[in-house]
Design a protein around this ligand. Structure first.
Ligand code: GDP
Ligand code: ZN
Length: 301
């Protein structure tokens, strides 16, 4: 058997592929599928599209890697760059009334998503708890990010609010789920597709590496359409060293305003004639956004 397939998981040297007819196959990869470029980008990762051919025994061989639309790179436990997932269209940034949303963290996610690039969708989960907890903070969060033009959707994994709308937003796309621990990412996945856990079990059995399956990125086909990537290592990802371009993409309202600063290399701290500072003082740039920007700029590449 040969053809095109998508990588649904990688366990060391072994890949699990999903063929165009939806069948799962074990495969090994040819070494260095990509001949040039940095080492961490040469091997196939979750979300990649590959061409495969029959191999010895029951395993196929991945022989070529299709060009990637994007690839998410994170430092590994030794601080070296590691490719976690590829070809991501959309990133679902999940927040909830509990744990309390942190705007600095949301801004880090938005910057990382803009740098990929991918489309962000801010999900306010646990909407059923809004009466009981800090409804004011959630309303302010929705107003802040909705006002900046980011799409915002309320959901409840408990009572089902927004779940059908979310299924529609996922159909036809590859989406990655991120957010602080406890906001309800696992619960949302179950609410979206109650049959998914069974298929997760099948995947672990196929890999024969059950103990690794909770730490490896997986790509799942949702029964309502679309692929969902769950990557434990990137669930709480944030850019570690954004470039100036990443910052401009993550903070378009600040980048726009910075054109009017007196100095073209203004860092918007104490420079005279800083249009960004003036806009923040006049209330045209939200103070929390400028704070996030300056913090990220402080450890930029
Ligand atoms: P994760 O760490 O982001 O995967 O979060 P979990 O899915 O494990 O959820 C954390 C806790 O929040 C669990 O106790 C869930 O039952 C609860 N939870 C998740 N979604 C909702 C929701 O929409 N409403 C309510 N009331 N609780 C939720
Ligand atoms: Zn400035």
């Amino acid at each position: 058997m040969s053809g095109q397939a998508r990588v649904v998981a990688r366990f060391g040297a072994e890949l699990i592929l999903r063929t165009e007819s939806g069948e799962l196959l074990r495969a090994v990869s040819r070494r260095n599928l990509v001949k040039h470029g940095p080492a961490h980008l040469r091997a196939a990762v979750c979300g990649d599209y590959v061409r495969f051919e029959p191999g010895d025994g029951d395993k196929a061989v991945a022989v070529a890697l299709q060009p990637r639309r994007n690839v998410l790179v994170r430092p590994d436990h030794r601080g070296r760059p590691h490719a976690g997932a590829a070809n991501i269209d959309q990133v679902l940034i999940v927040i909830a009334p509990l744990p309390t949303p942190d705007w600095g963290i949301i801004d880090r996610y938005l910057t990382a998503v803009a740098a990929l690039p991918a489309t962000p969708l801010l999900i306010v989960n646990k909407s059923d708890l809004l009466e009981a907890s800090d409804a004011r903070l959630i309303a302010d969060t929705e107003a802040l990010y909705g006002g900046l033009g980011y799409p915002v959707l309320r959901t409840s994994a408990k009572n089902g609010e927004g779940i059908e709308t979310l299924r529609e937003r996922l159909r036809g796309h590859t989406s990655l789920l991120v957010g602080q621990s406890g906001v309800g990412k696992s619960s949302l996945t179950r609410a979206l597709d109650p049959g998914l856990e069974v298929r997760v079990g099948e995947l672990s059995a196929l890999s024969g590496e059950g103990r690794h399956t909770t730490t490896v990125a997986h790509l799942y086909a949702l029964s309502s359409g679309g692929d969902l990537i769950d990557s434990p290592g990137v669930r709480d990802f944030a850019p570690y060293q954004p470039t100036a371009d990443d910052l401009a993409a993550g903070f378009p309202e600040i980048a726009e305003c910075a054109h009017d600063c007196r100095f073209h290399d203004c860092r918007h701290r104490a420079e005279p004639g800083c249009a960004v500072k003036a806009a923040a003082e006049a209330g045209r740039i939200p103070p929390s956004r400028l704070r996030s920007f300056l913090e990220l700029e402080g450890n930029s590449a």
